[in-house]
Design a protein around this ligand. Structure first.
Ligand SMILES: [Zn+2]
Length: 345
């Protein structure tokens, strides 16, 4: 049996009408969903310390072309076994948690490649569900031979990641607050019906987008979520607000199970942990990039991402108060192995 119902891209490109489906409102999906994802107060996260590493750059390393607007999302349809392979590699390296390959999945993303609104909504929902199903199967298979506890976080990138123009790194969007809320609401509604353990909002560039995510979560007060921001220096998120202001917004929300920083240079992380620790007692989540920097002019990564150094930094981050540590862009299983060593040696 396939893991999910694949969307036939060619059919859509040929502008055939999608197969009619029983009409379901997002609201009715949401109501069913609440029964699916465990409420945050029933979620036991004891023992969760090691997050996984990059999905997209790891797929690129395996030869996949992720240059389109759907990024790793199209691999969900074309090669789910490749996604599963990356997940497996991370579990074997010592990750306690898999983040699904759904970062870039959205209705808007499918519209960008030619889907009409209805078929884009269906395709995005299928891809989101598929991303969780793939991770669940990998977890099930792995746990057949291991007693380790493992969690699945459903990855959700910021609005700017869907725009595919780099704007997730500044968060200066030409859209209304309601557009932002709607964008996040549509994906939350689908993922809430899955067996993910929590939602992982990643690479959030601004206080405004964090507010929009909280607004989108109002109908889902029981869902466990973490929010992780990108930062441009040791104090400020990419859009310019302080990380502390973002953390203070989230600190009083019971459903927020962690606050963190990702997709940011490793040398900034220590200071950012200290900023977070001053204003929140929530678990601090950090998963920086490998240490290489994206060169936007030449469209390639520059510098190096020393694995041994990454492990030493992770040890320091743990000492400074980070509870969950993993890797973002350009990190791979060896970085995760180095992080796992910090907790297990
Ligand atoms: Zn990243």
């Amino acid at each position: 049996m396939p893991l999910w119902t694949p969307v036939n891209y060619n059919k859509v490109y040929q502008k055939r009408r999608p197969r009619p489906r029983a009409s379901r409102t997002l609201r009715s999906r949401a109501l069913r969903a609440r029964a699916a994802m465990k409420p945050f107060h029933q979620l036991d996260l004891t023992g969760l310390h090691v997050l996984d590493g990059a999905m997209a750059t790891e797929l690129e390393r395996k030869g996949f072309d992720l240059s389109g607007p759907l990024w790793s999302a199209h691999v969900l349809e074309s090669s789910p076994e490749a996604i599963a392979g990356v997940h497996r590699d991370y579990l074997e390296a010592g990750a306690d948690c898999l983040l699904t390959a759904s970062y870039q999945v959205s209705t808007e993303g499918f519209q960008k490649i030619g889907y009409d609104t209805r078929s884009a909504t269906t395709a995005a929902a299928n891809a989101l569900r598929a991303s969780v199903s793939i991770a669940e199967k990998v977890r099930r298979d792995y746990q057949a031979g291991s007693s380790r506890r493992l969690w699945i976080g459903a990855s959700l990138g910021p609005y700017g990641a869907m725009l595919h123009d780099g704007s997730e790194y500044h968060g200066d969007y030409a859209c209304s607050f309601d557009d932002l809320v709607g964008f996040h609401t549509r994906r939350i509604a689908v993922l809430a019906e899955t067996n993910a353990d929590f939602l992982a909002f990643e690479s959030i560039p601004s206080l405004e987008e964090a507010k929009a995510i909280l607004a989108a979560l109002v109908p889902y007060p029981d869902l466990a979520v973490y929010l992780s921001f990108t930062c441009r220096d040791g104090r400020h998120v990419s859009h310019g607000e302080t990380l502390q202001a973002c953390a203070q917004l989230l600190d009083g929300r019971p459903q927020v199970i962690g606050i963190g920083v990702n997709c940011t240079a490793p040398e900034l992380i220590g200071n950012l942990i200290r900023q977070l620790a001053e204003v929140t007692s929530k678990p601090i989540v950090v998963y920086p990039n490998s240490g290489e920097a994206w060169d936007a002019v030449h469209r390639c990564w520059q510098g190096d991402g020393q694995i041994q150094e990454f492990g030493e930094l992770a040890r320091r981050w743990r000492g400074e108060g980070a509870q969950w540590i993993g890797g973002c862009c350009r990190t791979g299983p060896e970085h995760v192995r180095a992080v796992a060593g910090v907790w297990r040696n």
